[in-house]
Design a protein around this ligand. Sequence first.
Ligand code: TXA
Ligand code: MG
Length: 313
Amino acid sequence: MPETQLLQPDEDGINRAAELLRTGKLVAIPTETVYGLAGDATRDVCVARIFDAKRRPRFNPLIVHLPDIDAARRIADFDDAAEALAGAFWPGALTLVLPLKSSAGIAPLVTAGLATVAVRAPGHPLARDLLTRANRPIAAPSANPAGRISPTTAQHVLDGLDGRIAAVLDGGPCETGIESTIVATGPAPRLLRPGGIPAEALEACLGAPLAMPDTDAGIASPGQMRSHYAPGAALRLDADTARPGEVLLGFGEMESDLNLSRAGDMVEAAANLFGHLRALDTEGASIAVAPIPETGLGRAINDRLRRAAAPRD
Ligand code: TXA
Ligand code: MG
């Protein structure tokens, strides 16, 4: 990877950032909360590159950034509470977790295979301008290496990710400095992560209290999410060959029904993971999965496979 470009917040810089995003590159972008590591949310391989650049050991689902509510309605189903919250707080530091539309065209790696998607219209003028010009949904986790704190200046981004991403668009220090508040609205509004907009303000808008993360048994706070993609099929890991009745998800040069990456490329394997699992996950199927080395994105791939293979009720 060549040197990371520092782009200025002018016409040239924004156009360059938009062009990089349209051509599948990663660009760190300013938002009012923290800098985000942006990539094309419609292409699994771009999303895999985000996880690779961050050296994230797990595939947490990512927030999809859009210029406005109209663009968000194209990928997610808004109920009344979501309409009210977006109407009151967008653009801004609020993320809504909503049912994913089947026609959304969002890469399965963005949602980590879940049926819901996190959407946000950021308020930072540069981010809005860039999202409009990029002309596609943009996935962006905070632009820090895994396990480090979120960056609030372009220099923080470079400190952690220089040489691992194509560019940083310098928008100066972030105004809010902490991540967005995350709310899921169905069946009843609940707080998944406290953040830039206080829960009280959201409750005032809704005219009702929000369920809080520690009082809700079903959903763990993001980051320690218990909910994850669970195939209907049984999964057997570290399989060399398929047993009778099994389909084989391969890795590397081998005979298999589908292969995560014949070349043994981890970015390609991560990009294919959820799509291939879904394709093999048919009624009554058993899926055998070839061993994946615990290196680079292999750790995240194995983490997801183990969760998907774990016994459940
Ligand atoms: O302010 C922010 O939200 C920043 C800027 C860049 O927008 N982004 C950010 O992204 O903080 P990230 O990836 O660091 O945190 C996203 C959180 C994760 O904890 C993830 O678990 C949660 O959003 N999340 C995403 N999709 C979800 C879903 N479908 N259900 C539940 N939680 C979800
Ligand atoms: Mg983060």
